[in-house]
Each structure stands twice: as C-alpha cells, then as structure tokens.
Design a protein around this ligand. Structure first.
Ligand SMILES: Nc1ncnc2c1ncn2[C@@H]1O[C@H](COP(=O)(O)OP(=O)(O)OP(=O)(O)O)[C@@H](O)[C@H]1O
Ligand code: SF4
Ligand SMILES: [Mg+2]
Length: 601
C-alpha cells in the first residue's frame, strides 16, 4: 500500500518493489528510478469496515481469451500548475470476440486510457507505472528506464528528465504492435490525420506498412497469372501501338464484349470482377468499375479506359526488380517486428537479433541505393502507387463513403467531420487488428451511418476475433454492442460488469446517476435526473473517494479512504464503501434502492 494525497490506495505496479536509484526523491507517486518516500499511513476511521481482499493481480494466462490486460496503470501530465493525475491506477480487461465499453463523463480519462495503452501520450504527459499486456506482450516493458522525476521544492511541480534513447527504443518496439495488433480509432480524426498528405497517401501507407508483403506479392503475381491467348505471338504482345494484334487487343476485344453487355451498375461490377479475376489483381475490379461508371456510353472511350487500367498489370523488368526489392525489405521489417514482439513477451532484450537484422536491412537498402533517388523511384513505384490508391478506394467503399474516388484524392481539410471519421475508421480496420481501441467512433456520424459502422466493427469481431474497447458517452450504443462495461470517474474505474448486470443492477452511485439521466419513453413528463456538480480538477482530486463531493450517499469514511474495488457477484466489481462486504450478506443494510434502468433502444 502507498498513499497519494493522503488517500490510501492499492499499488499493484510491478515497479513498486524495484530497487530505488540514488539521488532521486519521490514526490508522492511511485516509479522505479525514483526513491520512494515513506507513505503517511491513513488514519483509522471510526466504524470503518475491515479492508476487503483485493482482486487477484492479473488474470492473464497464455492461451486465455483476455487480449488486453491493464494493471495499475497511472498516467500523469506534468503541467506548470501541477501534476494532473489523469489515470490513477486503473485495471481493465478486454476479451477476444467481445466489446468492452468505457463510459464516463467528459474529462474522466477515457481517451488518456486509450492513448496510454498505445503509448501515444504526448508531452507533458507520461505513463508513470503499470502493466499493459496485449496477448502476453508487456507494452510498458522498460518503462522505469525512460525518465527520472524530481520534485521542485514545495510547489507541487515536478521536473521530468526524459531519456530519449530509451523512449526511441520503446517507440521502435511499439511499431511491432500498433496497427496490426492494436488498432485505434481516434476521437479527433482531424488531429490524427496529416493535413499535407492526401487521404489515399495516408491510408495507403497504413496498408503498405501492415500488409506490405501481401500487397507486393499480389502485384508481382498478377502479371504472371494474366492469361495470354495462345494464338498471339510474343512479338505481337510487345507491340504497344494499339493496333489490332497489339498487347492489349485480345483483352480489349474480350472486355468490350463483356462490358458492352454490362447495362447497369450491378452488371458492370460483375464484369469488372470477372476481368480482375482473369488478371489476378483484385483491385482492378474497383478501378475498372469506377473508370467505366462515369465514362458515358461511347464504346471506344470505355475501351480506352480499360486498356489504360490494364497497363499496370504489365510490369517492366525494372519495375519488377524494384517491387522485389521492396518485398525483401518488407519481409526484413516484419522479421524485426517479430523480434521486438518477442522482447516484449519475454521482457528480455534481443539486441543481437535486432542488430543482425538491422545490418541486413542496411545492405538491402544500399544495394539498391540508386532506387532511392526520388525521380527514378517515382517511375518504378507507379504500379505500387496505383495499387495503393485503389486499395484505399476499396477501404472507403467499405465504410459506405458515396464518392470514394474523390475522397481518396482529397486532403483532410476538404472532408466533412463525418467523412474524415469514416476515413479514420477505414484506416484502423484495414489492418484487421487483434485489439481495436475505438474512441467515440460514431459521435460525428449520422444515426444511419452509426448503425453501419457498428455493424462493420461487429463483423470484424466475428471474422477476426478482435477484442474491441469502445469508448463512448452513448449508453444506447453500450446497450446495443457491448458485452462488458467499465464506468470511469476522475481517472479511476469505479464499476465494472456485464452489460446486463450494469443496466439491471447498477451499484455505484455514479453509475446510477448516469443511468438515471437517460430519457425514458415509458415515463412521459418525468424530469430528467442529473448528477450535481462536475468532474473535479485532477491536479487536486478530492481525497478518499473521488466522487464524494457529488455523492448523495457520502459517509465520513468516503472523505478519507479510497474505496478498493471489490467483487460483487460474478463478473461485477464496484469500488464504493457502501459495498465493503459482499452484497449478499449485507444487501438490506447497504444496497442503495434503485429503479432498474431501461435498456436504451
Ligand atoms: N495534454 C494534456 N495536458 C494536461 N492535462 C491533460 C492533457 N490531456 C488530457 N489531460 C487531462 O486528462 C484528463 C482526462 O482527459 P481525457 O481526454 O481522457 O478525457 P475523456 O474522458 O476522454 O473526455 P471526453 O469524453 O471529453 O473525450 C482531463 O482532466 C484532462 O484535463
Ligand atoms: S464511496 Fe462513498 S462517496 Fe464514494 S460513491 Fe460510495 S458512497 Fe459515494
Ligand atoms: Mg475523450
């Protein structure tokens, strides 16, 4: 046990026991590398119940279905006004094929939790301690070596000395996890997108980064599998004049026949897909479809467009060489990511393997250094760029954007908030991550689109087995899609349980307040309830239970002792002094009378 702000709390951090280094003073929170000041003991409170048993430290076991296991996570912001304790020792789990909701008022620390898991907390913030296990890999491994802290006098301010080499190493390691293993939909897409690159550049880069080997192999395979009719000789095939007997003439004739029959858009789709199958390049279907959809009825014009699209299937020998080189680099990068992942799983440095791969990558790059000249590379890269563009269009189609070609060509500032959010969702879903952190993914969307996006996420969950962490204000969305819910208040999780349990038997007064503020159609004329007051300033959070200034059931103990999370039945945890005994034993004495909340439509 240690103490923060005079309130007793449980310290489950793995670093609490590590040896303190010399020359550092603690300033009220634990972090290895900083010496720990002896914690002032909490004064015993008259009538305080015996401290209940804490939940087991971790439930993660290899092969178990818990994809994300967060333990004792603390994230602070070191501002000029003082230390903002945005996340103060939370525990959280997300299981495969389940959606775990995080709800709470604004400023409760929902987004900071998601950013901490992906290690995207920017200055002046830092993850201070805790464990974030994703499929057994500890993403916070080596955290204690990344910074030193020193308290400045009695001002409450803290000086942070960051070790940038260590932080860079951690960022490199995170490249093995972000995207493919942990995807994130950001709350503010306009801030998450780069304004100087087009949408297709940004989405294409994400695809190339996470599925590069697959994309490059597909491109290299396409030409070989493009069936050439036996009656055309090699000389005829290499003639690009466009006359009969040229390289594309056979294809044009075939396509003209097929596409002439394609009267409406559905038929056009089918014909384009047949052509792409023949060419062995799936994105060709999207390209031909959109090229012909606005080509007008002229057969010659349609034919020319198809021929132009087909040209990218025929790679020159230099382009082929370049793509092979890119594929080798992508394979090496993948191998390096595997090494990083092993480091995080075994919590042991694999410096030798990393160095060896680094040297090989260096040779691979220098072996083709002339390809790194932009004007040469641009030409070799043409087929790859086109492939990425049409892949982007497919992704945008997947999130129901009506004009995906224009959106793919556009820049973030040219899109509406909803469109940008959908582009962001497309980017996060493209790598089919094992864990998806969705930070208010549907807030900027129309209700009709909301349902479609939630359906997309549900599909991903069923197909890939993704564990989804859904951050939202909308309790209707929670009731609709979540299996479990975590209620956050002022940087701590105050209640957790299955969605049915939380709506039928909310225990924490804060959860009850949130549920009471849902409009009820079955009680017309009834005033909406609201929770008085607002979320406290997290530089000076209230001691004891952080909710006590707003709680109608506050007791003296609540002002002094921080409640410890306690299981109340299967899969239901609550941190409140009203439930310091298992509920069954003291139900009549302590349970707060509450009307069951309606499950919102
Ligand atoms: N860069 C920062 N500097 C200082 N404090 C910060 C910073 N970012 C977040 N915080 C603080 O962290 C706390 C949690 O913020 P967070 O963004 O996680 O809230 P939230 O629950 O996501 O709210 P919302 O529902 O409005 O998105 C807030 O008190 C906020 O003031
Ligand atoms: S611990 Fe006390 S103040 Fe906090 S929610 Fe429970 S009753 Fe209210
Ligand atoms: Mg937020």
């Amino acid at each position: 046990m240690n103490a923060t702000n005079g309130a007793v709390e449980t310290d489950t951090t793995p670093y609490a026991r590590s040896r303190p280094s010399r020359g550092h003073r603690d300033f009220g929170f634990s972090r290895a590398g900083g010496a720990r000041r002896s914690a002032p003991s909490a004064r015993p409170v008259a009538g305080a119940p015996a401290t209940p048993q804490e939940r087991p430290a971790s439930r993660y076991r290899p092969g178990h279905d818990i994809v994300l296991d967060v333990e004792g996570l603390k994230t602070y912001f070191f501002t000029y006004d003082g230390v903002v304790r945005a996340i103060d020792g939370i525990n959280l789990q997300a299981r495969a094929r389940e959606t775990t909701g995080i709800v709470g008022e604004t400023g409760c620390g929902k987004s900071v939790t998601a950013f901490s898991v992906t290690r995207l907390i920017a200055e002046p913030g830092m993850v201070i301690s805790g464990k974030v296990l994703v499929n057994g890999a500890n993403l916070l491994w080596g955290l204690e070596r990344e910074a030193k802290f020193r308290k400045i006098g009695k001002t409450g301010r803290v000086k942070v000395k960051r070790r940038f080499r260590r932080i860079r190493e951690a960022n490199d390691r995170m490249s093995a996890v972000r995207g493919k293993r942990v995807g994130m939909i950001f709350q503010e897409p306009s801030q998450a997108m780069n304004p100087v690159f087009s949408i297709s550049d940004q989405l294409g880069e994400a695809v190339l980064m996470h599925r590069g080997v697959e994309v490059l192999e597909g491109l290299l395979r396409a030409d070989a599998s493009f069936a050439v009719p036996k009656d055309l000789g090699h000389e005829q095939l290499t003639n690009e004049s466009g006359e009969p007997g040229s390289r594309l003439s056979w294809a044009s004739a075939e396509i003209a026949a097929v596409l002439a029959a394609a009267g409406n858009r559905e038929e056009l789709r089918v014909a384009a897909k047949a052509l792409a199958d023949r060419a062995g390049l799936p994105t060709l279907a999207t390209e031909v479809y959109y090229l012909l959809a606005d080509a007008g009825p002229g057969a010659a014009r349609r034919q020319r467009r198809v021929e132009r699209a087909l040209l990218r299937v025929h790679l020159s020998s230099w382009q082929r060489r370049y793509l092979r080189h890119r594929r080798r680099l992508a394979i090496l990068e993948q191998a390096l990511k595997d090494v990083y992942l092993r480091e995080m799983v075994q919590q042991k440095s694999q410096a030798f393997a990393r160095r060896r791969l680094g040297v090989r990558m260096l040779f691979e790059r220098w072996g083709h250094f002339y390809l790194r000249l932009p004007w040469i590379r641009g030409w070799f890269e043409k087929p790859l760029k086109k492939e990425m563009f049409w892949r982007t269009v497919e992704l945008l189609e997947g999130v129901r954007i009506a004009n995906p070609v224009q959106v793919a060509k556009g820049y973030p500032h040219e899109l509406s908030g909803g469109m940008l959010q959908r582009a962001m969702i497309a980017m996060a879903l493209s790598s089919e991550p094992g864990l998806l952190l969705a930070d208010e993914p549907t807030t900027a969307l129309d209700v009709t689109i909301q349902a479609q996006i939630l359906e997309l996420m549900r599909n991903l969950r069923e197909r890939v087995g993704t564990a989804i962490v859904l951050i939202t204000h909308d309790l209707g969305v929670v009731a609709e899609v979540c299996d479990r819910v975590n209620v956050m208040y002022a940087g701590v999780v105050v209640e957790r349980g299955t969605v049915q349990e939380m709506f039928r038997r909310p225990l924490h007064p804060y959860t009850q307040g949130l549920l009471a503020s849902i409009p009820r159609f079955d009680q017309p004329g009834k005033d909406l309830a609201s929770i008085p007051g607002s979320v406290p300033n997290l530089i000076h959070p209230p001691p004891g239970c952080r909710f006590h200034p707003r709680c109608p059931y506050a007791m003296p103990i609540c002002r002094e002792v921080r409640p410890i999370p306690l299981e109340q039945g299967e899969d239901h945890m609550v941190a409140c002094h009203l439930y310091n005994e298992p509920l069954e034993a003291t139900a009549e004495a302590t349970a707060v009378p509450v009307e069951p909340a309606p499950i919102p439509a």
